[in-house]
Design a protein around this ligand. Structure first.
Ligand SMILES: *Cc1c(COP(=O)(O)O)cnc(C)c1O
Length: 375
């Protein structure tokens, strides 16, 4: 008999009856979109929850990325990481901008600041790093380089909802940060996203761009797009916020359980631990090294056969996809650390509804490989 599948993630979905009153309010108002009261309330609530100044909500994170590049009028070349979800680089192509891939740091798996300068050319206008798995980038090193070369910094913070550093939200760094509220993310609005920005003027430009460039009934100031979040999604976000602390706390417990069971295993290592109130435990990646008894892909197949649906984020690398692999910066020789990480990584299931018994079953399966291959 096959057991129930254990997915790598599962959406935070509060009880349906709690959502009904929100829907009743939308039906009463007959306002379904275009910055209605739910949309306004969610922007305000998120600013306060995340500790940031301004947020512009979007229909999804990819439209937020595309619009962020428009808002800052980015052209030419942008330095970015190959170790991410493909939307990071796609947003550059949608703006006619050339991605320039730079290798990652072996510890954090984020863009390696020491390798950025060598990739800067007269065409470079910006850096687009990713806080991969919610681990903060080396934001001060990136800021120093950006200041020196007069570059913009746009963080793809799709993994970094509620992530903090010693002085506050990680979303306050750079010129703009982009969030995704896709169903698979820590905080979801079914589909959704946002741009976090530091000043009201930029927020206003972004608000125009996400609404076709309209500033009033008859004036269009830019070739904007339709990137608006609708009222049902915004309402769902308000409901999620009431449950998010519990969800984050449960994720932290699962993270701790995995580390306790797996941290002493030869040939397997976890990413550096982040403290409970700083990280969001969005993912639980482990690295399968040469001295683990079986290969990463053998372990992947073995777990899938047990209905444990682990994922190899981020394999293949963005730089391996056909629309990128011809770029000079996409050659494997330029990206050895990213290639090594893509060969070794396995993301284990983590989500607020994952039971401790399931986490144990996953760990048992990994530990059993050591015993089976010990002789
Ligand atoms: C999820 C994700 C996106 C895209 O977000 P959508 O809301 O699905 O469009 C972009 N970048 C990264 C790193 C992501 O993980």
């Amino acid at each position: 008999m096959k057991t129930k599948p254990v997915h790598v993630t599962s959406p935070l979905l509060p009880p349906l009856e709690e959502f009904i009153p929100y829907l009743e309010r939308i039906w009463e108002s007959r306002i379904l979109t275009n910055a209605g009261s739910m949309h306004q309330a969610l922007e305000k609530a998120l600013c306060s929850y995340l500790g940031v100044k301004h947020i512009a909500l979007f229909a999804n994170g990819t439209l937020a990325l595309v619009t962020a590049l428009q808002a800052l009028r980015i052209t030419g070349e942008v330095i970015t990481t190959p170790y991410s979800f493909v939307a990071t680089a796609h947003s550059l192509l949608w703006n006619g901008v050339k991605p320039v891939f730079v290798d990652i740091d072996p510890e954090t798996l984020n863009l390696d600041p020491a390798k950025i300068e060598a990739a800067i050319t007269p065409q470079t206008t910006a850096i687009m790093p990713v806080h991969c798995y919610g681990t903060p980038c080396d934001v001060s090193a990136i800021a120093r380089i950006a200041d020196t070369y007069n570059l913009k910094v746009i963080y793809d913070a799709a993994h970094a909802f509620a992530v903090r550093d010693a002085r506050g939200s990680v979303l306050r760094h750079g010129d703009l940060s982009i969030l995704s509220f896709h169903a698979t993310k820590v905080f979801n609005t079914f589909e959704g996203g946002a741009i976090v920005c530091p000043d009201a003027r930029t927020k206003q430009r972004i608000d125009h761009l996400k609404n076709f460039g309209f500033v009033n009934e008859t004036t269009v100031v830019a070739p904007g797009i339709n990137g608006k979040m609708h009222e049902v999604s915004a309402a769902f976000g308000l409901l999620q916020l009431r449950h998010i602390d519990r969800a984050l706390a449960r994720r932290a417990e699962i993270d701790a359980q995995y580390r306790q069971r797996l941290s002493a295993i030869r040939g397997l290592h976890c990413l550096p631990r982040v403290s409970r109130d700083m990280g969001n435990h969005a993912y639980f990646p482990v690295m399968i090294d040469e001295d683990f008894p079986i290969s990463r892909d053998a372990l992947y197949q073995l777990m899938r056969a047990q209905n444990i649906l682990v994922r190899r984020y981020f394999h293949p690398l963005i730089s391996e996809f056909p629309m990128y692999r011809g770029l000079p910066s996409a050659t494997p020789g330029n990206l050895p650390v990213a290639h090594a990480a893509a060969r070794r990584v396995l993301c284990l299931p983590i989500h607020p509804d994952l039971a401790s018994a399931e986490v144990d079953r996953i760990c048992d399966l990994i530990v059993a490989q050591l015993r089976m291959h010990a002789a």
